[in-house]
Design a protein around this ligand. Structure first.
Ligand code: NAD
Length: 252
């Protein structure tokens, strides 16, 4: 058995990238999975990969930007599995463009998915996590939740907000004596669709920054998932994945 054996884990944005790798690694370690995404084709592939490990899996369409859907979803998962032990608020989108270029709707969309999706995802599952007696909230921020760069103002704002929200929650859980550990994850330079798209858009306008990010360590989503799960098991407050800490120091 492992730390994750028979735990019920919720992973949003599970159709690709880090979310898929986390789901598969959790299943490999004996967890039961509630996976969701807006991309139902990709989600079905993740479901098959997870099911191969023998645990229970429930795959659902979920747009984390829709608050009412999230409320219903939390009830559905709790009823189906009888408990919820871990929530990985991972779903996210990127937007690259200057403040001048960005439309109001671009800013709304990034905040709705990347910030409200995480905050509301945390809120709807929190009573179930507390009731489980050993809950974990794992929120995916970004290297850009620590460091601002040109053309990422909306994404920076959403990911800084995730960090602030998650740190406050961690303090509340400690002060309230609640059995919930809270971890904020800051990936950077993980080989996924989001990173590829952001990098391509970025290099059009900001050659210098794109070049410096090319030098970041390139980590696979599978490796990232292992690092994240180790930090979760230890109950760490935050974990930087992918980007080398020395590179971060140099950039800051
Ligand atoms: P990805 O694009 O491969 O995966 C993101 C997943 O989220 C996709 O399957 C997508 O369909 C899903 N998604 C998008 N909008 C959604 C919505 N409204 N509701 C539900 N699902 C939705 O990218 P990834 O790199 O695996 O991203 C996972 C998380 O990691 C994101 O929060 C991202 O911001 C964060 N992150 C990644 C990197 C990196 O280097 N790859 C760096 C920093 C942060």
């Amino acid at each position: 058995t492992t730390y994750f054996t028979d735990k019920v884990a919720v992973v949003t944005g599970a159709a690709s990238g880090i979310g898929r790798a986390l789901s598969v690694e959790l299943a490999r370690r004996g967890a039961h999975l509630a996976i969701s995404d807006v991309d139902t084709a990709g989600l079905a592939e993740t479901e098959a990969l997870v099911a191969a490990h023998g645990g229970q899996v429930r795959a659902s369409f979920l747009d984390v930007a829709q608050r009412e859907l999230l409320v219903q979803y939390a009830e559905d998962v709790a009823e189906h599995f009888g408990r919820v032990n871990m929530v990985f608020n991972n779903a996210g989108i990127a937007y690259t463009g200057s403040v001048q270029e960005m439309a109001f709707k671009d800013l709304d969309r990034v905040m709705d998915v990347d910030f409200y999706g995480v905050a509301n995802g945390t809120k709807v599952f929190l009573p179930h996590l507390i009731a489980s007696g050993d809950g974990h909230v794992v929120n995916i921020s970004s290297l850009f939740g620590i460091l601002s760069v040109p053309s990422q103002s909306a994404y920076n704002a959403a990911k800084f907000a995730v960090r602030g929200f998650t740190e406050a929650l961690r303090q509340e859980m400690i002060l309230g004596g609640h059995p919930v550990k809270v971890t904020c994850v800051h990936p950077g330079g993980i080989k996924t669709n989001i990173a590829r798209n952001a990098e391509q858009a970025d290099s059009r306008n900001h050659d210098e920054i794109a070049t410096s990010f090319d030098k970041l360590a390139r980590t696979s989503p599978e490796r990232a998932a292992q690092i994240i799960l180790r930090a979760v098991e230890k109950g760490r407050a935050r974990v930087l994945v992918g980007a080398d800490a020395k590179v971060l120091d140099a950039l800051v």
